[in-house]
Design a protein around this ligand. Structure first.
Ligand SMILES: CC(=O)N[C@H]1[C@@H](OP(=O)(O)OP(=O)(O)OC[C@H]2O[C@@H](n3ccc(=O)[nH]c3=O)[C@H](O)[C@@H]2O)O[C@H](CO)[C@@H](O)[C@@H]1O[C@H](C)C(=O)N[C@@H](C)C(=O)N[C@H](CCC(=O)O)C(=O)O
Ligand SMILES: Nc1ncnc2c1ncn2[C@@H]1O[C@H](COP(=O)(O)OP(=O)(O)OP(=O)(O)O)[C@@H](O)[C@H]1O
Ligand SMILES: N[C@H](CCC[C@H](N)C(=O)O)C(=O)O
Ligand SMILES: [Mg+2]
Length: 486
């Protein structure tokens, strides 16, 4: 419980009507979960305007309302707080309510189109093995030491986020590693957090349904670095075209990493195989369990972050060399007849290309690559033809199928993907709407030694079709089919 006037500290209030000397048990932006003595924050969302639910929130027990527009009728006994930006205020309220947990541990944020989960997970595993108590906020799951807390978003909403950080502080965490998604930045879910450091992986095409233009998407990512404090560090990938721009206006201490040019942290990919790769990191040759050039970037980024956090080079490299990475990222298995299966969360054109390039690099020659791929519904439509095109370019056979169609018609999504298939590649593609059947078909087509890539769903344990979530696990499906490949 907290006093309202404490929770409102540092919030730019335009108008306050009613008493601020009252007890608040909880803060929420969802009228459906309001209980007695709750502060309800009305947010103008992407689907509806939360201001519509002010009345309902009061019926459910809200005793204070924070909003951008005051309702026409004000009710006695309720406190109304008018602000210019409810999203930003929610972040600050979350911090005040949970007593600024981000200042009580070292918080590191990772942003970029691809590689966030991988880097955050590697950092979490690394720092635990270095002997620290750690927390993780990621797409796959949230975690405090061994305790797993299911994740609904890559970056939780501002209230849940501060609640999770407060729990980490309570459990004695020294570090928290978190993914910072572009949605979270645009919606100011991280407003008011104090970061010790920030890491940029890369930026390519994604989420243009939400951000509308690439410039807006870039601006959202960049705002993370613009808002870091001067004591923080900011690490960027300068092999990415936008690597420098990201840190252009940051006050933080800047550092760069690269596989191709001079940088503060530099590495070179020496050898790449299905079960590991050899990297030269700052003059030291080390084998890692992760594979692929994109993972060379992730490892180097993690190494740079660990160095900026004052860790010892040898210790860091020796631990990293044994870490396997995040679930559903280049997860590979081999069937009894030597067919290779790879489950990977590649769900952007760039990620699909990276994974397929890596498989091409590693395969010894005549083995075929069979890619099973779909695109999510209610998400960026522009990436659909592009993902299909890239899949065709780098595979011998492509099976277009469903990912999470969500509220959309699965066949219509596949038709949009088909538009990206070059005429000359049509002979190598088939469309099978049912993902289970698509995986089965891939296994039937595969000859010993061939590589099957299941792209897009990685760690996900469900498939959402017409708004209903069914249990579905790519790895489980593949393992079941592999048993038949004797
Ligand atoms: C597009 C998007 O990001 N939407 C998020 C956003 O919801 P919204 O702004 O659309 O909310 P809305 O439905 O319009 O409602 C507006 C307001 O009215 C409130 N409301 C609504 C109905 C009601 O009866 N009562 C009520 O009070 C809502 O709680 C909300 O505050 O804010 C909500 C609360 O934080 C999020 O749950 C919701 O995530 C949706 C479910 C989602 O799918 N988000 C994805 C796209 C997302 O955020 N992804 C990123 C990145 C993914 C990645 O690449 O890794 C992530 O960080 O997970
Ligand atoms: N550094 C990288 N550069 C390009 N592609 C990458 C990189 N790291 C991973 N990938 C590819 O992107 C996929 C997603 O990786 P990861 O989950 O680490 O990214 P993410 O940024 O967390 O994604 P999301 O936005 O969905 O949370 C991987 O399965 C792999 O195919
Ligand atoms: N977390 C991201 C990627 C989802 C990957 C894919 N499986 C899909 O459902 O589109 C999102 O919500 O856009
Ligand atoms: Mg992620």
């Amino acid at each position: 419980m907290q006093k309202l006037n404490n929770i409102l500290k540092d919030i730019p209030v335009l108008e306050l009507i009613g008493s601020s000397d009252k007890d608040i048990n909880a803060i929420t932006f969802d009228s459906r979960v309001v209980r007695a003595s709750t502060l309800f924050v009305a947010i103008k969302g992407t689907l509806v305007d939360g201001h519509k639910f002010i009345e309902q929130s009061i019926e459910n027990g809200a005793n204070a309302i924070l909003c951008e527009d005051l309702p026409k009728t004000l009710i006695d006994g309720i406190t109304y707080i008018r602000v210019a930006d409810s999203h930003a205020s929610l972040g600050l309220l979350g911090g005040n309510f949970y007593d600024h947990p981000s200042t009580k541990l070292k918080l590191v944020g990772i942003t970029g189109t691809n590689g966030k989960t991988t880097c955050a997970t590697l950092l979490f595993q690394l720092f635990r093995q270095l002997g620290y108590t750690c927390g993780l906020l990621s797409t796959v799951q949230n975690q405090i030491q061994d305790e797993v807390i299911p994740a609904t978003h890559t970056t939780p909403d501002a209230v849940s986020l501060n609640a999770l950080l407060a729990k980490m502080v309570e459990k004695g965490c020294d570090y928290a590693f978190m993914e910072v998604s572009s949605h979270a930045l645009a919606q100011k879910r991280i407003e008011g957090l104090t970061f010790t450091g920030g890491l940029f992986t890369n930026i390519t095409h994604d989420h243009l349904d939400f951000h509308k233009t690439f410039e807006e998407y870039l601006k959202a990512k960049k705002s993370f670095f613009d808002n870091l404090v001067d004591k923080a560090f900011a690490i960027t990938n300068i092999d990415d075209k936008r690597g420098f721009v990201m840190l252009q206006n940051t006050r933080a201490h800047r550092k760069t990493y690269s596989l191709q040019t001079l940088a503060d942290f530099k590495a070179k990919l020496v050898e790449n195989h299905f079960n590991g790769m050899l990297l030269n990191i700052e003059g030291e040759e080390v084998w890692f369990k992760l594979v692929g050039q994109f993972n060379a970037y992730n490892l180097l980024a993690v190494y740079a972050t660990a160095k900026m956090l004052g860790q010892d080079k040898q210790e860091v490299l020796s631990i990293l060399s044994n870490i396997k990475g995040a679930e559903g990222r280049f997860d590979h298995m081999t069937a009894p007849n030597k067919t290779v299966g790879i489950v990977d969360y590649a769900h952007t054109p760039d990620a699909v290309q990276n994974v397929l390039e890596t498989i091409n690099d590693i395969r010894s020659g005549k083995e075929k690559i069979i890619t099973v791929i779909g695109c999510g519904g209610d998400r960026d439509r522009a990436k659909r033809p592009l993902m299909a095109k890239v899949a065709c370019e780098w595979s011998d056979k492509v099976i277009l199928t469903s990912d999470n169609p969500r509220s959309e018609d699965p066949t219509a999504i596949i038709e949009e993907m088909e538009k990206g298939v070059p005429v000359a590649d049509r002979y190598k593609t088939i469309s099978i709407v049912d993902r289970k059947e698509a995986i089965k078909a891939a296994c039937m087509l595969a000859q010993p030694g061939d590589v099957i890539l299941l792209a897009g769903k990685g760690h996900e344990k469900y498939q959402e079709i017409r708004g209903v979530k069914y249990h579905f696990d790519d790895k489980e499906q593949l393992m079941a089919q592999f048993e038949n490949l004797k």
